[in-house]
Design a protein around this ligand. Structure first.
Ligand code: PMP
Length: 465
């Protein structure tokens, strides 16, 4: 793609993209120079660019296309619903079949004792909604001071004003005048990066729990409403919690009557090798946030699923005020809800959670076998999500002089090999569709190994045979 733009035809898609389109998560000036990569079509785990080149989508788009890029049953589900009822909403006592069916399905399939589902359109909206529900509940309980929220470093909860404030990554705050006040920050569960010399996983988890408790006591337990966490941190670098982490964090939250919000936007629907990340890690949340794989991302839809501890007071407060003054025009959109129901049906029918566990193990074992490569610092993951942390100095755990350069170089070499991964600073992530086969996993591994070797030889490092 490089240097294509200066010579691009003025009416080419590349030139028009540069002229008219401001991208999300993109260096906009760099896009003027190098232009976009235009994806034209998809089939199975592959996408094809506008010159017909195939790529294995090893990130399932944005951790999201569970069923791959050509599931006809989702197309049919959408078309059928589009013909029957293309739009309806949930305000002022209205409802419709797909919304009711999906609410029932989510409440009954989520772990714990969930009570009701509320529908939103994106992960960010689900996070904002949960925040408002938590505040509304505190007011309903006559505890107006119980409003602060605790989120973690490296967390990703989205980009709307409140969700970006929960997010613990600098790019989401810098120049946006964020975060909002009232969001407290605690350490991430990144054992490999943040461990003290000689510290075991259990000791590290105890330290994180003790820090959390100190923060709660310093702020005043009665001022804190909820703790926010992804079972596995996704965009922060696929950070898998160390042994005993969630158990110890939950014990602290229970002690001080603090709600637990599990952001399952990436983990939900099979990604961690069980249906939900909460099941993989024994998390008992009060609220679960679902999106992405819920509809295989064929249409936007997300949900906030909450237990009676949360929903009961909210219902009472809505009666006192006269309404729960929150809701989105397209929340629970019938076509998106129909596609979500069909997605979940397919995941269950084909036992894609088991496939994620099996192919994920193959992927993680294959990556772990590259641990002796000079550029590999750590391989981590669970189920069908993994990351390789790249380093130049294994002892010091450092990469190139500028953070992110090495990750970008390896990810670019990987893309040149025909695999789309994702660099998060110097970690390259893998999160392929749940339908992936063993042969496709092997192709990712071979091409990743080749990408590592390419970059290592560019850097003048010896490559093991
Ligand atoms: N939460 C998590 C855990 C996510 O990974 C994401 C998106 N990557 C979001 C929330 C935000 O979702 P959206 O981009 O749909 O707003």
């Amino acid at each position: 793609m490089a240097d294509q733009i200066p010579t691009a035809e003025p009416n080419s898609p590349e030139a028009r993209d540069v002229r008219y389109h401001l991208h999300g998560y993109t260096n906009a000036r760099l896009n003027e120079q190098i232009g976009p990569m235009i994806i034209d079509r998809g089939e199975g785990v592959y996408v094809y660019d506008n010159e017909g080149r195939p790529y294995i989508e090893a990130m399932a788009g944005l951790w999201s296309v569970a069923l791959g890029f050509s599931e006809e049953r989702l197309v049919e589900a959408a078309a059928t619903q589009m013909r029957r009822l293309p739009f309806y909403h949930s305000f002022t006592h209205k409802s419709h079949g797909p919304m009711i069916d999906l609410a029932e399905k989510l409440v009954t399939m989520c772990p714990g004792n969930m009570s009701k589902a509320f529908f939103t359109n994106s992960g960010s909206e689900a996070n904002d909604t949960a925040m408002k529900m938590v505040w509304y509940r505190s007011n309903a309980l006559g505890k107006p001071e119980k409003k602060k929220l605790i989120a973690r470093q490296r967390a990703y909860h989205g980009v709307t004003i409140a969700a970006a404030s929960l997010t613990g990554l600098p790019a989401n705050h810098l120049s946006f005048d964020l975060p909002l006040s009232g969001i407290l920050r605690t350490g991430s569960p990144h054992y490999w990066r943040d461990m003290l010399p000689g510290e075991t996983e259990e000791q590290f988890a105890s330290r994180r729990a003790a820090e959390l408790e100190e923060l709660i006591l310093a702020e005043g337990p009665d001022t804190i409403a909820a703790f926010w966490g992804e079972p596995v941190l996704g965009a922060g670098g696929v950070v898998v919690p160390p042994a005993t982490y969630w158990e110890k964090i939950q014990a602290v939250l229970a002690k001080y009557d603090i709600l637990l919000v599990a952001d399952e936007v990436i983990c939900g629907f099979g990604r961690t090798g069980k249906m939900f990340g909460c099941e993989t890690y024994g998390i008992k949340p009060d609220i679960m946030l679902l999106s992405k794989q819920i509809s295989s991302s064929y249409l936007p839809i997300s949900a906030v699923v909450a237990n009676e501890r949360v929903v009961g007071p909210i219902m009472d407060e809505s009666a006192r005020i006269g309404t729960f003054g929150h809701g989105f025009t397209a929340g629970g959109h019938p076509v998106a809800a129909a596609v979500a129901l069909e997605t979940i049906r397919i995941i269950e029918e084909r036992d894609l959670v088991a496939n994620a566990a099996e192919q994920g193990e193959r992927l993680r074992n294959g990556l772990a076998a590259m641990a002796d490569h000079p550029l590999v610092g750590e391989v981590r993951g669970v189920g069908l999500v993994a990351a390789v942390e790249l380093v130049i100095d294994k002892q010091a755990k450092t990469a190139l002089e500028k953070p992110g350069l090495l990750g970008a170089a390896v990810n670019k070499a990987l893309q040149d090999q025909g695999v789309i991964g994702r660099a998060m600073l110097d970690a390259v992530a893998f999160c392929p569709p749940l339908i992936i086969t063993a042969a496709e996993v092997d192709a990712i591994l071979t091409k990743f190994r080749a990408a590592l070797d390419t970059v290592a030889s560019e850097l003048g490092l010896a490559v093991p045979a």
